[in-house]
Write a protein that binds this ligand. Sequence first.
Ligand code: ADP
Ligand code: MG
Length: 238
Amino acid sequence: MGHIKLTNVAKSFGSVDVLHDISLEIADSEFVVFVGPSGCGKSTLLRMIAGLDRPSRGELTIDGKLVNNVPAADRGLAMVFQSYALYPHMSVRQNLAFGLENTKMPKAEIVERIAEAARMLEIEPYLERRPGQLSGGQRQRVAIGRAIVRRPVAFLLDEPLSNLDAELRGSTRAELAALHARLSATMIYVTHDQVEAMTLADRIVVLRAGRVEQVGTPLELYNSPANRFVAGFIGSPH
Ligand code: ADP
Ligand code: MG
């Protein structure tokens, strides 16, 4: 579960071509990081996988099933945004429960999932607070918790740490790595931060102006960058 495949996927907004001919296969439980400069199409690519945008051309499959026309809610994925996107008028507990309550899931199961996520992320003391009463780091944990309770086959994270200060970014990054090991779900992680990419990724996808420049492990990209752009981005001396 969590095997994602893109075949010749392209995206245009009106007459503007944002993504060109992206073919990419992401294995179950893999941690894949999309990197590239601002505006290169990272978020658009993630949003298409999530189902928030539709490809203009090409095929997108999840676990072998064509999902081009499958709504976001039915893809078995969970997205975490940079901006947290929490509901300010709800408690942390209600934020975590949101989206599970209008499924047929039994109440006891919802309670158990929230307890498990809260334990994992160490946010138990804050469950009755509202997002406005939390620090940025705590809010980001809640946003991750809201993804965890859904038990998705893949997590899609769009620059989840970019609102945190440097110290918190480091510790949260380490927690994400631990979480990935523990959940063994696929993770697709967007960043423009080389350190995050190099430390978190099983494989890195380098994007430039809507095209894939190179795909490889951090070591492969560092040792054998395909071109100067990749070398510059990865910080390789080659
Ligand atoms: P990144 O996340 O790498 O910074 P984005 O995927 O957000 O880049 O954007 C890639 C390009 O697509 C940008 O030029 C952006 O202006 C354009 N774009 C993104 N979403 C839309 C949209 N809904 N309508 C028109 N252009 C868009
Ligand atoms: Mg973006």
